[in-house]
Design a protein around this ligand. Structure first.
Ligand SMILES: [Zn+2]
Length: 97
């Protein structure tokens, strides 16, 4: 029950709010754990997205709530859009100036 919400979504545009998102409820993402094969829903705050220079180095990660494993999965363009649109913390691994 410890919720420390620190949102640093300064770069978030208002346009995203009008892109078909009607719900004010927190976005949850369905994920699966390859380790324990558990299936669960994760809040945006539980996920991390790392965007690399190529799709090969772009992935999202989370900690399995069932077994505690650190899961890392490749993120395609669609997933990146979903995650960033849902407020997942994004880390850019490559620097473009
Ligand atoms: Zn697991």
């Amino acid at each position: 029950m410890s919720e420390s919400v620190k949102s640093g979504t300064s770069g978030m545009s208002v346009a995203a709010a009008f892109a078909g998102m009607r719900s004010v409820a927190p976005v949850v993402f369905r994920a699966g754990c390859p380790d324990c094969r558990g299936r669960f829903e994760l809040a945006a705050s539980a996920l991390r997205l790392a965007i690399g220079a190529s799709s090969r180095t772009t992935f999202y990660s989370f900690t399995c709530p069932e077994c505690g494993a650190a899961v890392r999965k490749p993120a395609g363009e669609r997933i990146v859009e979903l995650l960033t649109g849902g407020g997942v913390r994004t880390l850019r691994l490559h620097s473009t100036l």
